[in-house]
Design a protein around this ligand. Structure first.
Ligand code: NAD
Length: 519
């Protein structure tokens, strides 16, 4: 057996022992996870700073508090979530007991991204523990300090047999993906999502794919532009644009596009000063490969379109050594690099481009960095056309004072334009950004099919928009709060029938020809 096989064998043995089944055990594990977060807060914040130069407040708000709320919510509710439910009975079940049992799948493989390394893994782990599953956790090799720390802390606090961390890069993950898990929960790029789904298909393993994409912002002409700039600049440049739900591009009404650019410029300066590379409130780009990728998007965009920012700050030596470390794919090279060159920045100033067209290179893929293109549109109708010509996004943001533009869902008589009901996306926040993804009482995930949009277009009788509508690359499945519990739970229907009342039931047996079952 190789290491991956051994790991899975041992974890499955722990699951089969039944240790995860009592709800009291799950609550105890969830409390230990809370202890892990509380007792190691400084170490976790420090690791995030080393990996991504995340500002402390940002890490607390977007990583630690999110997970603590998830854990507290699960501790409070897991008893109720785990109870059988009793649906109403059909006529033929009148003599039976009918209920739905909540059954864990078994061993879940968690494969995660580097951008919110603590929030994503621990939030998913909360749901895994609450639902009685075991897990093998594969953190990202691109956030090596945080990954190493998690690999130390998780076995210190949680059951060592049930929850195991597996460190490694692409070769190690490729080996791991050959094994048969009971569920794969993957967070990362759409490209690797396809690799994961192919590997899962070999064993018909169910998957939850939390992917990315280009999340648009529409700004209507009646908006308070100062407010739009404050909210969009915050959400876009949080973690230096490396957020899956970050606004990717702005579609702004023609009449107000120049004023919006002015407000964006003022707000960037207000938040990060005139020399953003000196700002302690900006994270850094994760590694040299991503830095080069962002630089190449910038060099493919004409200089005259630059409206804000544009400066890059690289350490040539860091780039060379990071590329060397990546070619060897060993985490300790990255860790070593941090300790030698950690103080050096690898950063791009918050940057805004104006006069962008749909066919420009900047509009080709997810930006996932601190660059914000602005496209001028004639109004919400054109914004709908553009949004529906792209992959279904993970998030959509609408800024408008008028309900008719943003959130009119009375689809039986809506006057166009009405962005919310004419587009499909993983989630929507109206007049702010990121907020629908920040709470454990809402499901979070992408949208990978046509179903929803077909339904709405049918009623709205504006079928012409469908011509250009494409399927989603933002993922499938959803989580956060009870939705994670549900995603990781098999709802097993049970009909419990006694051995009496046979005469009542015998009408169903052959030979049928002697029976009159006319209804
Ligand atoms: P990634 O897909 O490169 O890596 C994610 C995981 O896959 C890592 O653990 C990595 O080791 C593994 N991996 C990478 N290449 C692999 C390969 N060839 N074979 C097997 N495993 C491989 O993604 P990333 O760069 O870490 O994250 C960025 C992407 O993730 C962005 O697109 C972003 O939008 C998305 N994201 C989505 C969410 C969400 O919740 N929807 C959250 C965070 C990030």
């Amino acid at each position: 057996m190789n290491t991956a096989q051994q790991l899975l064998f041992n974890t499955r043995a722990a699951f089969k022992s039944g240790i995860t089944l009592p709800v009291e055990w799950r609550i105890e594990q969830l409390n230990r996870l809370l202890d892990l977060l509380n007792e190691n807060e400084n170490a976790l914040l420090d690791a995030l700073h080393k990996d991504l130069r995340k500002p402390k407040l940002e890490s607390i708000e977007t990583e630690l508090i999110v997970v603590k709320n998830e854990a507290i919510n699960a501790i409070k509710n897991v008893q109720t979530w785990s109870k059988p439910t009793y649906p109403s009975k059909a006529f033929v079940q009148m003599i039976d007991s009918v209920y739905i049992l909540k059954e864990p799948y078994g061993v879940v493989l968690v494969m995660s991204a580097w951008n919110y390394p603590i929030q994503i893994i621990f939030s998913q782990l909360v749901g895994i523990i609450a639902s009685g599953n075991c897990a093998i956790i594969k953190p990202s090799e691109l956030s090596p300090v945080t990954s190493e720390l998690m690999s130390k802390l998780i076995p210190q606090y949680l059951d060592k047999e049930c929850f195991r961390v597996y460190l490694g890069g692409i070769p190690e993950t490729t080996v791991l993906l050959k094994e048969r898990f009971d569920m794969i929960m993957y967070t990362g790029s759409s490209m690797v999502g396809k690799i994961v789904m192919k590997a899962a298909a070999e064993h018909l393993t169910p998957v939850i794919l939390e992917l990315g994409g280009k999340s648009p912002v529409y700004v209507h002409k009646d908006s308070d532009l100062k407010l739009v700039a404050k909210r969009v600049v915050w959400g876009k440049f949080l973690n230096l644009g490396q957020t899956c739900t970050a606004p990717d591009y702005i579609l702004c009404h023609n009449n107000v596009v120049d004023s919006l650019i002015d407000e964006l410029r003022k707000t960037v300066e207000e938040y990060f000063g005139s020399d953003p590379k000196e700002s302690p409130d900006l994270a850094r780009i994760v590694n040299a490969r991503n830095f080069k990728r962002i630089e190449s998007i910038m060099s493919a965009t004409p200089k005259e379109k630059l409206a804000v920012g544009g400066e890059t700050d690289e350490s040539a030596l860091y780039i060379v050594l990071n590329a060397f470390a990546e070619s060897f794919k060993y985490i300790f090279f990255d860790v070593l690099l941090y300790f030698i060159f950690g103080k050096m920045t690898l950063s791009t100033a918050p940057t805004v481009y104006k006069d962008i067209q749909l066919g420009d290179p900047i509009m080709e893929g997810e930006i996932f960095g601190p660059i914000l293109p602005v496209l001028a549109v004639n109004g919400a109708d054109e914004a709908v056309e553009i949004i529906n010509s792209q992959e279904k996004p993970l998030a959509l943001y609408i800024f408008a004072k008028s309900d008719k533009v943003g959130c009119n869902v009375s689809y039986l008589k809506p006057p166009p334009p009405f962005l919310l009901s004419c587009t499909s996306s993983g989630g929507v926040t109206v007049n702010d950004v990121l907020m629908h993804a920040a709470s454990h009482n809402l499901p979070f995930g992408g949208v990978g099919n046509y179903g929803f949009i077909l339904f709405f277009y049918h009623y709205l009788d504006i079928i012409q928009h469908l011509d250009s509508c494409s399927p989603g690359n933002s993922g499938m499945g959803r989580y956060h709060g009870k939705y994670t519990f549900d995603a990781l739970t098999h709802e097993k229907p049970v009909v419990y029938r006694g051995q009496n009342f046979e005469s009542l039931l015998s009408a169903r047996y052959p030979p049928y020809s002697e029976k009159n079952l006319s209804m």
